[in-house]
Design a protein around this ligand. Sequence first.
Ligand code: BGC
Length: 381
Amino acid sequence: MNKQNRSLLHLMVGLGSLLLFARTSIVASQPQIRKQPFESTTEKKPVDLYTLTNVNGVEISIMTYGGIVVSLKVPDRKGKLQEVTLGYDTLDGYLKNNSPYFGALIGRYGNRIGKGKFSLGGQEYRLATNNGESHLHGGNRGFDKAVWKPTEVRGQKSVGLKLDYVSADGEEGYPGALSVTAVYTLTNENELKIDYAASTTKETIVNLTNHAYFNLGADANILKHELMINADRFTPISEAFIPTGELRSVKGTPMDFTKPMAIGARISQKDEQLIRGNGYDHNWVLNRKDTSLSLAARVEEPTSGRVLEVFTTEPGVQFYTGNFLDGTIKGKAGKVYQQRAGFCLETQHFPDSPNKPNFPSTVLKPGQKYATTTIYKFSAK
Ligand code: BGC
């Protein structure tokens, strides 16, 4: 081989290894899905845990039991990943502790239905009253306690988990067999997107949401988080936490989050609604022109710089400040969850809509498709 050919060969080998290196690094920089069994001693059906990871290292674990977001790790302003959701380390934690819906998919009806009853097509339906005299989050065995059928979804710039569940006709008192799909997608833009879809065999009601509790910082409570809710009105509640039917202006009240405000700044005020809710536990009527995805809320944790933005196609959001957490739950990594250890932003139709003709309808008829989308987008400032 002459000198010229030798240098050509070296060049080709060099190029080859460069290409190989580039290919390996492209493969490693793809978002990933990992599946593992989630051990349980009490659940009959096998439960799996799926971990989705994006190119920034953001990691979300979802289990097939309840479609529960078991863990979500996102970076702070220095790039440090930290768990930002409340929950348990094990499946049995969720099963044995009567979990307050940590991270769960909620259905058939998110939040309360007054006296656990409603009428459709001239017929009255009675649901389980599992919260005083109200029906809450789908009843005794809501979608948060169902084992969902998983399918992995792989995209170029995202990974996802599709979860399917068929709720039988009459389950928890609801009419119609309801086929439900929830698709969790983690994008390389640090978004957790949830697409909900459903169809029914008989006229029914549907209101699906997710019940993740967030704490974006290291404090034991979320009082210093700064919150903006894109809503000029909210739905005040009765002493039984049921909307009165009024859409009330937030102006001049502690419910006004139209400009960013620390969650704890007014939470202890002697305000009738805050006293009834034991803190914030209300539905806000989102400002929107149509049903396209739009910004519902933005939360910033000043110390870590973590920011959560919530976008939704839904008309409302339930802002709940973990008022019923009381230090009796020992969660992830042995953390004891005191009151206000986390907050929820549950995108939804308004509570008790089936009994409130002036609220947007939650009725689903055979042949219609229920479809809503919510995005939780994380960044740091
Ligand atoms: C409700 C709270 C309830 C909580 C259950 C929230 O969506 O608004 O009143 O206590 O869920 O953990």
